[in-house]
Design a protein around this ligand. Sequence first.
Ligand code: SAH
Length: 398
Amino acid sequence: MLRHLTRKLRASGPVTVAEYMREALTNPGQGYYSRRGGVGESGDFITSPEISQVFGELIGIWYISEWMAMGKPTTFQLVELGPGRGTLTEDILRVFKQLASVLSTCDVSVHLVEVSPKLSEIQAVMLTGGKVQPSPEDETAYMKGISKTGIPIFWYRDIQDVPPGYSFYLAHEFFDALPIHKFQRTEKGWREVLVDIDPEVPDQLRFVLSPSRTPATQNFIQPEETRDHVEVCPEAGVIVQRLASRIEKDGGAALVADYGHDGTKTDTFRGFRNHKLHDVLSAPGTADLTADVDFSYLRKMAQGKTATLGPIKQREFLKNMGIELRLQVLLQNSSDTATHEQLLHSYDMLMNPEKMGDCFNFFALLPHHRLIHPDKKDKQESKSPLPPVAGFNELLLK
Ligand code: SAH
C-alpha cells in the first residue's frame, strides 16, 4: 500500500486526506477493511456489539418498538451499513426470533451494505452458517443467503443498490470509517490539509497544507466557522441525504451510533492497530483509520426531509432502553461467578462515562409524522398522543 501510494504521490502530487483515507481503508486489493478488517478482541479495535450481546438485543427491541409505533407495517427491511463481523445483526435477529409471535404478521428481510469481501465472508458464516450463494450479475446484491433463523439476507456494496421499501437502517461505527477532508485556518485564509511524501525521509509520508484554497475549502467551510481546524465527511453527508430521502418516501427509521460531537471538535483523525493508537501516516492499510462523526453535519444533511433525534450519550440511550433490567435477568439466570464477572465487566465497558458510555452517541432519523401529528391544527383531545421514541426518552415502566 505504501509503495502504491508513494508512486501515486510522485506522479500526481499530494492528495487530500479523504483520498488517502479511502485508499488506506477500502482499496480493493490492499485496503485495511478489504484485507485485515480487524474488528473484535483479536483484531485492532473492539466495538460495543462485540463486547456484549445485550447491546444488539436492546437495538433489536428499539426496531420492534418503532415498528409497533408506526402501525405494524406488513413488511420491513433491516438495512445495516458496515456490519463488521455480523454480530450486531445476529443479536438483533435473535430478538426478532424470540418475539416471533409479535412479528408474525410481518415479512422481514435483511440487507447488508459491505465493501469488504473478507468481512462479508465472516458475516455469511456468522449469520447463515456459510450457506450463501453469489447473486447473478443482473441483480444488485452480490451475495444472498438465509439466516439461521430463516430470514433472507442480501449483500450490497452501496446503499443505492438496496431495493426501495419500508426500511429500518442501522449504522454502528460506520460513519467514522468514511473519508474526511481536513482544513486549517491560516493567516492567508482556509487551507486544506494534504498528504505528501516527506522529502527528507524515504518512504515516509507527511501532512502539508495546500498552497491556495481548494474546491473543498470553498464548498465545506461555513463563513460563520469559529474553529481553526475542521474535519468534514462529505460521503457521510451524501449517505444521510439518501437515508433521509428513502425514509421520507418509503417510511422507516435510521439509528446511527458512533463516537462523535455536535460540530465542536477539531482534530480527531486517528489510527488503531492491535488496540493501540497508531500514527495515521505510517504503514497505511495495516491500521484502522477513523475520525469522530460530526452529528451537527449529519442533521444538516437530512435537510428537513426527516426529523432527527439526538445525539444522546450511549449510557443514557441504553439506560432508557432498559439495560439495567436486562443485566439483572442475565445475572439471575446464571449461577457461575465467571459469567457474573463477565456480565458486570461488559456492562461497565458500555456504560462507564470514562469508557464507552459518554463518547459514543445515538442519533436517529424518523419521519416527521412520527414526532408530530401530520395536521397540527386539529391535534386536540380527539387525537391520542404519539408514543415516545424508545431510547431517546426515559423508560417508563408501568
Ligand atoms: N458495525 C460493526 C463494524 C464497524 S467497522 C461493529 O460495530 O462491530 C466498519 C465497517 O464498515 C466494516 O464492516 C467495514 O468493512 C465497513 N465499511 C467501511 N467503509 C465502507 C464503505 N464505504 N461502504 C460500505 N462498508 C464500509
